[in-house]
Design a binder for this molecule. Structure first.
Ligand code: Q9C
Ligand code: ZN
Length: 672
């Protein structure tokens, strides 16, 4: 469906004309650096290029007062001294004679993007704009922001497109207080912001940036603030915030559109944010948001002042929008104590308004005092493996930045190979129908130990699966679907695991749905994480062997994915994922698609789905589409988790939290 890139060169015109150390970081090179890098990477060329238009007076009037708009209009004719005097009336603002034009283009770019997405011309997109918008208020410029681009886009989506539920995700490192003020009593806009806060000691120093600011009146619970009280937050902290706070609420909200206040001052190297998240993290954040609203995601640039980090992070965001698999995250995936405390206090503040947060925190789960105990680390890797970087401790910021200059992420082909000829009808046009099969002798050798693989159909299916798996391990194919007779599912999966491990996978995540037992001969060396969804009862036989019943309700399914499967998967950092829909898996297409889509965030998108031969063509088709990068259909309003679902999840968390730190949601905040 395509990705729009909205831009206009004129937006490089506005700049600081006098000396002001606070404002000088917001400069024209921010846009050119981002755009140049997108071109270098061939990403710009893959997007639908749209030239930004100016927002009209009426459109600006959706969120700003007429007096404020005419005040900004008048700056066009002011001299430098008058500009400086007027700028001084606001906090962290400069005006330039071109500012009004640029700010109208910035707001207009957002409108064009939303129109392109909501008319179906594209699936998603990014608007590269200056000046940024999220600090701007009804009658005030603030924090480099003149018109509130994202807020105007949201108001427009409501007014012109009749939307009722819009999610705004503000991942800029500053609190978008402008957006918060504009929608704080509006339940049709769910506003989420994380921001550097340091207990109120960081700009803009507002009490209302704290977690207990949750909206007002009808809008109670529709403002979600996640204040970071320390600098240095990294990939694990950001992903944990999404899994344990934003996404549960977002699924429950069921947005029709996702707007992103995409500031990259939350990335490593930025002088404002002082955070540690690497550019790849933004591919993951974008990827995680694409499971919402049928994939209708509109990102608009806000902050981001380290040109290298900004350019790289913008590329990662666009790559994810284009449907490319996200590069694996670097660094140890262990959220820090301060992040866990922040996430937990935001969850506590929101719990009265969201069913998905209720019940879960009722039973306190004892956690070990230290979050840095060694058991949480992924097992050591063989030297020289492709994933060495991921398992090594996080390098210092400067060396990480050096690395990203030297080795840009390789582009990975998103190809899906299918082995079952009868389910080709519903395949998307660019999905490859695999003809090849592993050599007969080799296939027979792998099949020999398994009685259920003796039959001809099972052997044929196994040959195709092995061929597909080799293609994935060699990097020829990114992801695939293989089918097998139901009676051979367990043995085929067993062979796939052994073959994956012996042919280059360092860590293999296996998510087995339905009645599939852990293969008896699986080594206990920590290289395989076995997760069975569909077991009789919740059980953690070891940290690498987990079983949980298939949740009965959609709400339970979502909390299983967000609260168990993905935290384990992100903590494990696999380089190959097998997802098997085995006998009696009971998953509906949209649920299976969601699971596959989210697992695609792991292992650089190397996901092999194993189906039963008599699966419906619809199921194979929907999986093929998400594995090549399409958004899964939205699940609609979700029912609550059943008490049994909640109990199973709580039990497993209690068992596994000491080893898998990504499961933690900061169960206890120390008393002050
Ligand atoms: N060192 C945006 O990122 N200065 N605006 C803070 C603290 C103002 C940031 C000073 C920063 C404004 C869009
Ligand atoms: Zn910012």
């Amino acid at each position: 469906m395509g990705t729009a890139l909205v831009y206009h060169e004129d937006m490089t015109a506005t700049r600081l004309l006098w000396d002001d150390p606070e404002c000088e970081i917001e400069r024209p090179e921010r846009l050119t650096a981002a755009l140049d890098r997108l071109r270098q990477r061939g990403l710009e060329q893959r997007c639908l290029r749209l030239s930004a238009r100016e927002a009209s007076k009426e459109e600006l009037g959706l969120v700003h007062s007429p007096e404020y708009v005419s005040l900004v209009r008048k700056t066009q004719v002011l001299g430098e001294e008058e500009l400086q005097a007027l700028s001084g009336q606001f906090d962290a603002i400069y005006f330039h004679p071109s500012t009004f034009h640029c700010a109208r283009l910035a707001a207009g770019a957002g409108l064009q993007l939303v129109d392109a997405v909501l008319t179906g011309a594209v699936q998603n997109g990014l608007a590269l704009v200056r000046p940024p918008g999220h600090h701007s208020q009804r009658a005030a410029a603030n924090g480099f922001c003149v018109f509130n681009n994202v807020a105007i886009a949201a108001a427009h989506a409501k007014q012109k497109h009749g939307l009722h539920r819009i999610l705004i995700v503000d991942w800029d490192v500053h609190h978008g207080q402008g957006i918060q003020y504009l929608f704080e009593d509006d339940p049709s806009v769910l506003y989420f912001s994380w921001h550097r806060y340091e207990h109120g000691r960081f700009w803009p120093f507002l009490r209302e940036s704290d977690a207990d600011a949750v909206g007002r009146g009808q809008g109670l619970g529709f403002t979600v603030n996640l204040p970071w009280n320390q600098v240095g937050m990294g990939n694990a902290d950001y992903v944990a915030a999404f899994l344990h706070l934003l996404l549960p609420l977002a699924f429950e909200f069921d947005p029709e559109l996702v707007l992103v206040s995409a500031g990259f001052d939350s990335a490593i190297g930025d002088p404002e944010g002082q955070m540690q998240a690497t550019p790849e993290c933004f591919a993951h954040l974008t990827h995680l948001l694409q499971v919402l609203a049928g994939g209708r995601v509109c990102a608009m640039l806000e902050g981001g002042y380290h040109l290298e980090s900004l350019a790289e992070s913008v590329c990662m965001t666009v790559q994810a929008l284009l449907g490319d698999p996200a590069p694996p995250l670097s660094g140890l995936m262990v959220p820090c104590q301060s992040a866990l405390e922040s996430i937990q206090s935001a969850r506590a503040a929101q719990a009265p308004y969201w069913k998905s947060l209720q019940l879960q925190d009722v039973t306190p789960v004892p956690t070990s005092p230290s979050t840095h105990s060694p058991e949480g680390r992924p097992p050591p890797l063989l030297p020289g493996g492709p994933m060495c970087k991921a398992a090594a401790p996080a390098p210092a910021p400067s060396s990480l930045l050096d690395q990203l200059c030297l080795c840009p992420a390789p582009s990975v082909r998103t190809t899906v190979a299918l082995t079952a000829p009868d389910i080709t009808l519903v395949l998307p046009p660019d999905v490859i129908q695999q003809e090849g099969s592993a050599l007969r002798e080799e296939t027979e050798a792998w099949a020999r130990p398994h009685e259920s693989l003796a039959r001809e159909e099972a052997l044929t299916a196994l040959g195709k699966l092995l061929y597909l798996l080799d293609g994935m391990l060699d990097g020829q194919v990114n992801s695939g679907i293989a089918a097998t007779p139901a009676s051979a599912a367990a043995a085929t999966l067993d062979v796939a695991i052994q073959r994956g491990l012996s042919h280059g996978a360092q860590r293999l995540l296996c998510v087995a749905l339905g009645q599939l037992d852990r293969p008896p001969d699986l080594a206990h060396d920590g290289r395989t994480l076995w997760l069975n969804i569909g077991g009789k009862e919740a059980a953690a036989l070891s940290m690498f062997h987990v079983a949980t019943p298939l949740p009965v309700m959609t709400g339970g399914f979502l909390s299983c994915i967000l609260g168990l499967v993905l935290p384990l998967a992100y903590g494990f950092q696999p380089d190959l994922v097998l997802v098997a829909l085995g006998p009696g898996h009971g998953l509906q297409g949209p649920h299976a698609a969601l699971l596959a889509a989210m697992l695609r965030g792991l292992a650089g998108g190397r996901v092999l789905a194993l189906l039963e031969e008599d699966s419906t063509p619809q199921l194979a088709g929907i999986l093929a589409r998400v594995l090549r990068g399409e958004a899964p259909p939205s699940l609609g309003p979700s029912s609550v988790a059943s008490p049994e679902d909640v109990q199973a999840l709580m039990y497993l968390r209690g068992q596994l939290e000491p080893q898998w730190k990504m499961l933690q949601v900061g169960a206890f905040t120390p008393q002050k």
